[in-house]
Design a protein around this ligand. Sequence first.
Ligand code: FES
Length: 141
Amino acid sequence: MDNTFEPKIMGFLCSWCSYAGADMAGVSRMQYPANIRVVRVMCSGRIDPLFVVKAFENGADAVLVSGCHPGDCHYATGNYYAERRMQAMQRLLDFFGIDQRRFRLTWVSASEGARFAEIVSEMTEEVRALGPLNLVEKENK
Ligand code: FES
């Protein structure tokens, strides 16, 4: 196995909670791997499952979707929609030949910087052990 492999994790974070949580981790100088690339969205309810599929298609080894805790969405129910959509999408990952451990849906509040850092660290370790996804190579075979 390639010991130099560094997973590319695409993170879709809602602006009000998870993005603020990531910011809190940064401001508090918490250490976590620099493997995540963040896209800030207004609400997790805005995240189309196709965003996740596209991220994998374009080279992500894993995708994290994170929003406000249930009951805390600033648009009332966006995260409930996100949860249902992402659960349905996750079941389709096998169909695409993608291990379900490469996708996570989490809830992180603005004050949970430590939780955000922990999630990214865990996910990086897990995906590092899984190895590169190489979906593009698989498609071309
Ligand atoms: S505003 Fe954060 S999940 Fe809706």
